[in-house]
Design a protein around this ligand. Structure first.
Ligand SMILES: Nc1ncnc2c1ncn2[C@@H]1O[C@H](COP(=O)(O)OP(=O)(O)OP(=O)(O)O)[C@@H](O)[C@H]1O
Length: 268
């Protein structure tokens, strides 16, 4: 019997049928200088994609563009089959800083995510249920009435995740959401993120410069490299979870990514 390799690499992106997000030929930059150029990628429904790259490779610029926060200088983004011209109500964002409103308690901060522009109207009962479920899922039921100043960094980031989930997003964008946390909290949050994405049946695009984080979390890793940045390589990661138990495969993938990062850096 032949066993499928849990890691497959490709230089060219493969087709993603019925994607949540589909981007073609994207160019983004500042003051006429392209930061990323010729970027095409798709994110499948319920797929976790990690966008990995060195500092300054354009990860945040690309994520902001894919989320509709900036218009591309070239190319186009389609979200759920429609052209994306502004942030979509079925997408949610989490950043490195949780950005909670200090005068609102946890419950109200999570509910605040339902008041964003163009969010579909929901009745009071559905709203209360969504807030309750999201807070419970991130393990903060006993802190629902605490204020941000009373929370640890990890707890505050859990609230930011709950705020995103309460919107029942089709796609969760996360830009280095755990990089300000200590190693133990960070590991907990990585597992929590995978668990929540699976329970909420959402897709996720996680930006990170941390190779190990990408390997532990992603169904697929995209490497952004070059000047201007482009998708230099992708890896499909079918290592069973919890992945910490599959050390050999993790080490092999890590070595492959490091080699590709070095090669990409040498080319620029
Ligand atoms: N508002 C801006 N105006 C001008 N240049 C910018 C702006 N934001 C980012 N840049 C530049 O664009 C390039 C890519 O930045 P970006 O933040 O997208 O990279 P990154 O891969 O997310 O980096 P990091 O991992 O360090 O956060 C950098 O050279 C940066 O200096």
């Amino acid at each position: 019997m032949t066993v499928a390799d849990p890691i497959t690499a490709a230089a060219e992106p493969r087709a993603t049928p019925d994607p949540a997000l589909d981007a073609r030929g994207l160019r983004f930059g500042y003051q006429g200088r392209a930061v990323v150029d010729g970027v095409s990628l798709a994110i499948g429904k319920r797929e976790i994609v990690c966008l990995l790259g060195g500092s300054g490779s354009g990860k945040s610029t690309l994520l902001r563009g894919l989320a509709g926060l900036a218009a591309p200088d070239g190319g186009a983004v389609h979200f759920l089959g429609q052209p994306l011209l502004a942030p979509h109500p079925r997408a949610a964002l989490v950043f490195q800083q949780p950005s909670l409103l200090p005068w609102l308690d946890v419950s109200a901060n999570v509910g605040f995510g339902l008041d964003f522009a163009r969010q579909p109207a929901i009745d009071r009962q559905a709203r209360a249920r969504r807030i309750h479920d999201a807070i419970e899922a991130v393990g903060l039921a006993s802190h629902a009435h605490a204020y941000p100043a009373q929370l640890s960094g990890g707890q505050a980031q859990r609230v930011a995740l709950a705020r995103a989930l309460a919107r029942e997003p089709e796609l969760l964008f996360a830009d280095e959401p755990f990089s300000a946390l200590d190693a133990i909290t960070r590991a907990e949050m990585q597992s929590l993120l995978v668990d929540l994405v699976h329970r909420w049946h959402t897709a996720a695009l996680l930006v990170t410069h941390d190779i190990d984080e990408a390997i532990l979390v992603a169904d697929r890793i995209l490497l952004l490299a070059g000047r201007p940045g482009r998708i230099a390589r992708e890896w499909r990661v079918d290592i069973p979870r919890p992945r910490e138990e599959h050390g050999d495969e993790i080490v092999r993938l890590r070595l492959d990514i490091v080699a590709e990062l070095r090669a990409a850096t040498a080319r620029t």
